[in-house]
Every structure is written in C-alpha cells, then in structure tokens.
Design a protein around this ligand. Sequence first.
Ligand code: ATR
Length: 278
Amino acid sequence: MTADTNAVDRYGVMGYPVAHSRSPVIHRLFAHQTGQNMQYELLQVQPDKLEQAVRQFQRTAGRGLNVTAPHKSSICQLADQLSERASTAGSVNTLVFQDGDIFGDNTDGIGLLRDLVVNRSLNLEGVSVLILGAGGATRGIVGPLLEMEPERLVIANRTVRKAEIISDHFARSGPVSACGFDTIPDGHWDLIINATSAGLKGETPPYPDTALSDDTFCYDLSYGLKRTPFCQWAREQGATRVASGWGMLVEQAAESFHIWRGVRPDTRPVLKQIAVSA
Ligand code: ATR
C-alpha cells in the first residue's frame, strides 16, 4: 500500500489492552486548542503483531505514535534511533516517523517532573524519594528524578532483584538504592511514588505504612475515574498531600505533541477538563 499524500497526519496510541486510554481525548483537545490538523486513534495491538502494526501505520500517513503497556520496552528494538532518555530508560512511549526512519523517545519522566515541579511547585532538590515498583514505569522516571538531585532515591519492589537491576543501572547518576517492601530503610520520606501496576489489576500490595508521615507527598502514576487504591491507602494513613497520575499523563502527552507538531499546548485547561481529584 502506498501513502496517500493528501491524508491528514495520523497519530495514535498502541497498547494491549488500550480501551481505557485517555490519550485520544487529550490529543484531540491539544489539536483543537493549537489549531493543528491531525487525527489521533486508539490502536489495540497484541504483542506479537506490534512490528507489523507499526510498519503498517507508518506506511499509511502515520506521523507518530504513543506506545503504552505492554509494548514500552519491546518497541525499542524497532526504532532506528533512540533519544538519550529513552535509551537510558530502556523504554519508549513516543515514536516519530520521519523520512522512513523511526525515532523513539520517552516523555514519561519529563511529564512527571513537569507535574511535580511546575504544576505542584515541589522542590525535589535534597528530598528523599521512595518509588514502589520496578517495572517499565520506574525505568522511565528514575533518571529524570535523579537529575533533580534528591538526597536519596530508594526503589522498593516485590521482586527485589528487579529493583536492584534498575538501581545498578542508574548508580552513576545519583544516590539510588534498592530494597523489598519489608526492608525499606527507616527515615522520613518526602515523596512516595507508586509505580506498581497493582492497582490496575485490582490488587493491593503491602504498601509500607511506616514510610508515611503526614507531610509525605504521595503520588500514584496510575489514574482512574475513581480514587486509585494507592491514593485511597495514603488518605487512610492520614496523608494530606495525595495525587494520582492525571497530571503526568497530560504533561507527557504535551511533550509528545510538542515533539510531533513543534507546538506546546497549554496543559492547564485540558487537565481541568479531564482529571479527577485524588
Ligand atoms: P509497568 O510498565 O506499568 O511498570 P511492569 O513492567 O509489568 O509494568 O511492572 C509492574 C510493576 O508492578 C512491577 O514492579 C511489579 O512487581 P514485580 O516486579 O515483583 O512483578 C509491580 N506489581 C504488580 N502487581 C503487584 C502486586 N500485586 N504487588 C506488588 N507489586 C506489584
């Protein structure tokens, strides 16, 4: 099949499953706000069909894709070139198709930072950060968080070995270490980030009660129309500063949009329109 040169620029999100994704709504709002003529689709693609689906999309006016679970690491092999942050994270959430080549980037980390630092005015320098979970989501955020020069960053995971692998990978970038949920070091945590996928599966891990103080900022990378299990747990423990991942979702989308279209949308009205408070 040849590309139709008159076709509207196509973008989309590939995942499996993907029906829950809010990315089409967000990108349509961005496109409307900035007057960009483009379309954004929801593309459910099984892991064994990923390469075929990406190449087909590229051939048919595809200009860029977002990639979500479970494809974020496997997609790296398809890219002709990776940004430094995608390569460091070993995880891609944004593809750009240009002159027949596929460029892979990762906007998750910067999206999280923009939500924490810009939207929520959090100063991360010298703070202690605890990340729960050691999957693809954690890989995407550790590098950018270390760039903010926290005092320490600990990754706690059910499977400790996976946390150690990520910690070793980033060891030269800052004070990062690994542990299990039951061996979290004592001390005060300024920020706890839930990066497990437990909530998505309706599971509740043994979140560490003792790590929480009243002023700990609890941030869930997951988001939902209802309060997430992690946010619910944090509220029950008395935390007053709790947020789910809507802000990160909109900010990472804005970064992708900027990469694709060269225009930076205003995230505030979009966040206001779609986010549900935690
Ligand atoms: P993602 O790309 O969303 O990070 P992932 O790579 O599959 O998804 O990683 C999921 C993370 O959630 C892992 O850290 C996983 O722990 P394990 O490494 O031990 O599998 C964590 N996770 C998922 N369900 C969990 C549960 N019920 N309790 C604790 N951790 C859980």
